[in-house]
Design a protein around this ligand. Structure first.
Ligand SMILES: Nc1ncnc2c1ncn2[C@@H]1O[C@H](COP(=O)(O)OP(=O)(O)OP(=O)(O)O)[C@@H](O)[C@H]1O
Ligand SMILES: O=C(O)C1=C[C@@H](O)[C@@H](O)[C@H](O)C1
Ligand SMILES: [Mg+2]
Length: 173
């Protein structure tokens, strides 16, 4: 089985993914980290020096490679991964894959992203909480059509990471 965690920036894909993999004794792969390793640059630097189109292309290639070559892994993808190329089709049509949307509210995401926006090139420039909430609202509206295609949709607001991992395990088995 390959568990694929999807969701907006800061919904918890990386941190929940690591904990879940640990609990299942699966390997953990984070698509953003994989791209950073291959490029020897941070995601922000890739966006700056090579552009978003290049990043999206690499993201697509690495997603396909991981899904076709590995098993017993938890894969956390980037916040935008499901929304480009045919990435969401590739995820949902792979019979080994269980896809999970970590669904967080605009309020939860705004709170988190105001604190941790520096390494996230798409939102680093947003200054006020009101502007952040407005940006996330519009962006999510475009993206939920992809996120909602996940096999499992799990609300994460006001839950601890441990609770979320337990909820995922209950839904998977
Ligand atoms: N349920 C939770 N309770 C408390 N803190 C959380 C929870 N989920 C995530 N966090 C914290 O929120 C921050 C963002 O989480 P994380 O980096 O895992 O998100 P992400 O979905 O991987 O984001 P990105 O798309 O930018 O990679 C981290 O500091 C993480 O520790
Ligand atoms: O939501 C997005 O489009 C992104 C999310 C991050 O995980 C990174 O993949 C990158 O910053 C783009
Ligand atoms: Mg992440």
């Amino acid at each position: 089985m390959i568990v694929v965690l999807i969701g907006y920036m800061a919904s918890g894909k990386t941190s929940i993914g690591k904990k879940l993999a640990n609990k299942l004794s699966y390997d953990f792969i984070d698509l953003d980290d994989l791209i950073e390793e291959k490029e020897k640059l941070s995601v922000t630097q890739v966006f700056k020096s090579k552009g978003e189109v290049y990043f999206r292309n690499q993201e697509h290639l690495h997603l396909k490679e991981v899904l076709s070559s590995k098993n017993n892994i938890v894969l956390s993808v980037g916040g935008g991964t499901p929304c480009y190329s045919n990435n969401m089709d590739i995820i949902v049509n792979n019979i080994k894959v269980k896809s999970i949307y970590l669904k967080a509210s605009i309020t939860t995401l705004t709170e988190k992203l105001m604190r941790k926006k520096a390494q996230r090139p798409l939102i680093a420039h947003i200054e006020t909480e009101a502007a952040m909430a407005e940006f996330i609202g519009k962006h999510l509206f475009e993206r939920v059509q992809f996120y909602n295609q996940a096999e499992i949709v799990l609300t994460v607001d006001n839950k601890t990471k441990g609770d979320i991992v337990e909820d995922i395990i209950l839904k998977l088995f």
